[in-house]
Design a protein around this ligand. Structure first.
Ligand code: 13P
Length: 338
C-alpha cells in the first residue's frame, strides 16, 4: 500500500502531469491518418520513441500511459521503451480495458469490456514495468441517456478494475468520461458528470478500493461541442470544481483531467483557471492525450526528419500544462515556443 500511495502522489507531483499515449490500434490509425502518416507497427514505434525521448520531458511529465503493443516495444537502439521512460525518471502506466462496446438492450449506450483474465494480465504488466493502470468508461449524453443502469454497469466495471489493480500493486486511474459530444448546455454536462461520479465512488467503496492509492481521471464540465451557447473559461472551471467538490472524496490524491476533444490551448486554460482558484482537496492535474500530442503529431507527419520539430511541440505543450498545474500559465507562455 505504501508503494501505491507514493506512486499515486508522484504521478500528481507539483507542476507535473501524465501523458496519455495509450491510443488503441483503431484510435492511433485515425490520428495517423489525420496527418498523412502510414499506420504500421514500425511507424507507431518510431512515433512513441520520439515522444518518450524528448529531452527534459520529466520536468513536466510524471507518467506515461502505454498501450499493450507499446509496452513490449524497443527503441531503435534496442532499449525497451519502458526503460527509456525509466531513465527519464517517468513512471510507466498501461491501459488495460479492451474498449467500449454496445451495452446490450440499451441502444446508444456503451459498456467497457476487459475484466476477463484481467488478474493475469495485470501480473504480466507489472513484470513488464508498469506501476499504474487505466480503464476508461464512455458515457454519451442523448435524449433519455445515459440511463442509471448504464452508469451503474460502468461504475461497477471501473471498480472491479480498480480493486484488481490494487491487488496487483498497481495504482488504478479510474476514468468515467462523460463525452462533450452533443448540443447540450453545460448544466446538463455537469448534472450527468455528477450522477456518474456519485455512482463510481459508491461502487469503489463497495469494492474496498483504497482511495489514497488511486487517481480519478474525469472530464472537465463544459458546454456540449455543438451547443450554441459556449461558456467561457472561468465558468467551465467553476462548474468543474463545483461538480468535483460535490462528488470526489478528499482522500483521493489527485484529479488528472482528460482533454476529451477540447483544443490544446483551451484544455490548458481550463486547468490553469481551476488551479488559480486556490486550495482544492486534491491536486488538479492532467492526463491529456490529444491536448499534449496534437501539435507534435502534426509536426511529425510520419517523417523521421521531423522528429526534432515534433519534440519541440511536445515539450512546449508539456511546459504550458506544467505551468497550468500551478496556475501560472499565461498567453505569453504560448509565444515562448523553443
Ligand atoms: P484525451 O485527452 O485525448 O481525451 O485522451 C485522454 C485519454 O487517455 C482518454 O482515455
Amino acid at each position: 500500500m505504501d508503494e501505491m500511495d507514493s506512486t499515486a502522489r508522484a504521478l500528481v507531483a507539483r507542476g507535473k502531469g501524465i501523458l496519455a499515449a495509450d491510443e488503441s490500434s483503431g484510435t492511433i490509425e485515425k490520428r495517423f491518418k489525420s496527418v498523412g502518416a502510414v499506420c504500421r507497427e514500425e511507424n507507431r514505434r518510431a512515433y512513441r520513441e520520439l515522444l518518450f525521448t524528448t529531452a527534459g520531458l520529466s520536468a513536466f511529465i510524471s507518467g506515461v500511459i502505454l498501450f499493450d503493443e507499446t509496452i513490449r516495444q524497443k527503441a531503435a537502439d534496442g532499449t525497451s521503451l519502458v526503460e527509456v521512460l525509466h531513465r527519464q525518471g517517468i513512471i510507466t502506466g498501461i491501459k488495460v480495458d479492451k474498449g467500449a462496446k454496445g451495452l446490450a438492450g440499451f441502444a446508444g449506450e456503451k459498456i467497457t469490456e476487459g475484466l476477463d483474465e484481467l488478474r493475469e494480465r495485470l501480473g504480466e504488466y507489472r513484470k513488464l514495468g508498469a506501476r499504474f493502470t487505466k480503464w476508461r468508461a464512455v458515457i454519451a449524453i442523448g435524449p433519455g441517456t445515459p440511463t442509471d443502469f448504464c452508469l451503474l454497469a460502468n461504475a461497477h466495471a471501473l471498480s472491479r478494475f480498480a480493486a484488481l489493480s490494487q491487488e496487483a500493486g498497481l495504482v488504478p486511474i479510474v476514468e468515467p468520461e462523460v463525452l462533450m459530444d452533443g448540443d447540450h448546455p453545460i448544466e446538463r454536462h455537469g448534472e450527468v458528470t455528477q450522477r456518474a461520479l456519485r455512482l463510481v465512488f459508491d461502487e469503489l467503496a463497495g469494492h474496498r478500493v483504497r482511495l489514497e492509492a488511486m487517481l480519478l481521471k474525469p472530464n472537465m464540465v463544459v458546454s456540449g461541442q455543438n451547443c450554441p451557447q459556449q461558456v467561457g473559461v472561468a465558468t467551465a472551471a467553476d462548474a468543474t470544481l463545483c461538480c468535483m467538490k460535490r462528488t470526489v472524496p478528499a482522500a483521493v490524491p489527485g484529479l488528472v483531467f482528460l482533454s476529451g476533444g477540447q483544443s490544446d490551448v483551451r484544455a490548458t486554460e481550463h486547468l490553469n483557471a481551476m488551479n488559480q482558484r486556490g486550495a482544492a482537496p486534491w491536486e488538479l492535474s492532467f492526463s491529456f492525450g490529444r491536448a499534449l500530442q496534437a501539435p507534435a503529431l502534426k509536426a511529425w507527419g510520419g517523417l523521421a526528419a521531423n522528429a526534432a520539430a515534433a519534440q519541440r511541440e511536445l515539450i512546449h505543450r508539456a511546459r504550458c500544462n506544467g505551468a497550468a498545474r500551478l496556475g501560472e500559465y499565461s498567453e505569453r507562455l504560448e509565444t515562448l515556443k523553443p
